[in-house]
Design a protein around this ligand. Sequence first.
Ligand code: GLA
Length: 360
Amino acid sequence: MPREVQAFAPGRVNLIGEHTDYNGGLALPFAIAEGVTVSARATNERTSRAVSEESIRAHARDLAEDDEFALANPQHVAGWRAFVRGTAAELRATGAPIPAAELEIRGEVPRGAGLSSSAALEVALAVALLDLADAKLDRLALARLCSRVENDWVGARTGLLDQLASLFGEADTALCIDFSSLTIERVPLILRDGWRLVTVDSGERRQLAASGYNERRVECAYACELLGIGSLRELEGLDGGPSRALARLPARLARRARHVLHENERVLATVAALRAGDLPQVGRLLDASHTSLRDQYECSTPAVEAAVDRLRHSGAAGARMIGGGFGGHVLGLFAPDSRPPRGARAVHPSAGAHILRARA
Ligand code: GLA
């Protein structure tokens, strides 16, 4: 059993397909180079302490904060500690023999910024602790486990988008994820000849649990209930077509459902445009996605609009908010002849979660 491991998990950028994951829809994210690294060292408490007293000690280097909790019975808390406690508890619940350990966490993904710092943290913790325990879990099960941490320990009712992107990401690749079947199609995302994808910070931070995110989920669930369907993905196959179904919904719910319906279509159109090497068309689809998120899903804010405007004024071929909305980063696609605004950071499709180092 390795006594010391270091695991890395990336954040993600969602190229397109927003607020579709928890609606059984489609999305096209990629893992980015920035992420969270967890160094874990098994401590030998078993020799000196009773099993019931074994604990995990965690140090968040960027925040200069600590936590310590009993492995057998972690209590619920708020903030970053909820991720650590939740991940350890959920792993133990699968039967993995998580040992007493010391963890050090450091990250390069800004928190609450739409780049999925949360999933990077959960996934890096889970991969490190599993390795320390010499246990295995397939990556789909691991994504589900991390999502339970987010739902039940942190209180954000997020879907599986971020965890799957962090676990399955590959260099130069976007992942076309179908959330009805949980199948992943790898789509080459190679930016040639000076094309660039960049992110710009809107400067607005939010916690998913406290934003309008959970409320949007409730609205989508209610729309399904009114239409007698299991998920908004089923709109596509309804007798009489989706338009008739949308007309039966109250206006606000119809807007939410319309966004999801058309966003799924845009994901497929983006995959086709990427395969055809038609990046100007990808740009137009990013713009259309943003308009829909702003007007139909109503999850934009003045700060997000200002950031998107900055990208467009700099000549972006397309720009849109990413992640849950209500703040965070925005994404821009730039053609070779245009220059991203000051402060924009290039993002590159990169490898998914992996062990950096393990020592017995
Ligand atoms: C957040 C959630 C994801 C997904 C996006 C919106 O990033 O964590 O599950 O719902 O918002 O597409």
